[in-house]
Design a protein around this ligand. Structure first.
Ligand code: ZN
Ligand code: ZN
Length: 105
């Protein structure tokens, strides 16, 4: 038995959404840096990234303008920008307890 299948499933969904630069909650495009003025979906994002610099740009704090979910925030441990909906900071490895509501446990 997996301890928290729903939580694992949610985090996997979040990871996929972040990879496509789409809001994990409402799928609204995450427009940061050079992505600010282009349009994409899950099928075209790779081409779009290659066409631009391939660099998603300067990390910055970001909240989804559509559903108001905080998607990137400052890490309380190292001060760099981290994914708000993922458990581990990619800069320092600090882990946070995710608030996934009633589905968490
Ligand atoms: Zn959203
Ligand atoms: Zn950190």
């Amino acid at each position: 038995m997996i301890a928290f299948p729903k939580k694992d499933w949610l985090i996997k969904r979040y990871v996929e959404a972040y990879e496509f630069f789409l809001c994990p909650i409402c799928s609204y495009p995450i427009r940061r840096g050079p992505l600010r003025y282009i349009f994409w979906n899950r099928r075209t994002i790779k081409k779009r990234l290659n066409a631009s610099t391939g660099d998603p740009g300067q990390e910055e704090v970001y909240a989804c303008p559509s559903c108001s979910t905080q998607l990137y925030e400052e890490c309380s441990a190292c001060g760099k920008v981290r994914h708000s909906l993922l458990p581990t900071c990619h800069s320092c490895g600090d882990t946070q307890t995710l608030d996934l509501g009633a589905t968490a446990e």
